[in-house]
Unconditional design. Structure first.
Length: 247
């Protein structure tokens, strides 16, 4: 649902994607957007709803005092002001199937895509049960990864195929050259709903800022839900978007 200005009066919780919304991808929070978070935190409760691990997100935000939902809701951290640190309050571990089955399926997709050359491992397994399918491999050069598919035009046609192959998971076009494969029912919408239930926020009291709301994007489920959604198409425009819809 698009944000139409309605929320101003009712918003109590501002939920934010990080990469591409308030920061450049994998890049520290800049002073301009940090100041916006400071202003927002005087009036609203804030939470980051991210795709990466809580500690990585918190580190990228320079230890900013804010709650963090990580790994599409498989992990949750709450900021403890007394201790001045993020405390991990929830950490899920889900096993869907043996690793061999995943490796075999990924190899089959590579043959289909003509992408059988890669550096390092062809699949990355995370402790939570999340899987990364890096098309260039786990050890690919960062410059190669960034140059591979900046506008996603190479992964978009592959997305339905990967999604169908991993039907027991939710699949996202993630990072610069990979797919994120997440055990069901975890996604940002499920994460946000659970956070609201735990912390006592009603749906109409929430406004979400995100950049990745199209097909396969990791904010898509929230965008298509009943939550008010403020699209941010460039993290440098975040201050303006906040002024337009909230301040
Ligand atoms: Mg994003």
């Amino acid at each position: 649902m698009l944000c139409t200005g309605r929320p101003k009066q009712t918003v109590r919780l501002v939920a934010l994607d990080m990469d591409g919304t308030i920061t450049q991808h994998r890049t520290p929070l800049e002073p301009q957007n940090r100041a916006v978070l400071d202003a927002l935190s005087e009036r609203f409760h804030l939470v980051i709803v991210g795709a990466g691990a809580c500690r990585r997100i918190h580190g990228q935000l320079g230890g900013y005092p804010i709650d963090v939902i990580g790994n599409y809701g498989m992990e949750a951290g709450e900021y403890d002001r007394g201790r001045g640190e993020l405390v991990i309050v929830e950490s899920q571990k889900v096993t869907v199937e043996p690793r061999e089955a995943v490796i075999e399926r990924a190899a089959k997709l590579r043959r289909e895509f003509g992408m059988e050359t890669f550096a390092g491992e062809g699949v990355e397994f995370h402790a939570s049960g999340m899987i990364t399918f890096p098309l260039l491999g786990t050890k690919a050069d960062i410059a190669d990864k960034l140059a591979f598919d900046p506008d996603r035009s190479r992964r978009r046609p592959l997305y339905p195929v990967v999604k169908a192959a991993f039907s027991q998971y939710t699949v996202f076009i993630g990072g610069s050259s990979s797919f994120d494969i997440v055990p069901k029912p975890f996604d940002k919408l499920y994460a946000l709903e659970r956070y609201c239930a735990r912390r006592g926020f009603a749906r109409e009291e929430v406004l979400f800022f995100g950049d990745d709301y199209l097909e396969g994007g990791n904010d898509q489920q929230v965008y298509e839900s009943g939550f008010a959604f403020a699209p941010v198409d460039d993290y440098r425009a975040f201050p303006d978007r906040v002024r337009e819809v909230l301040l």
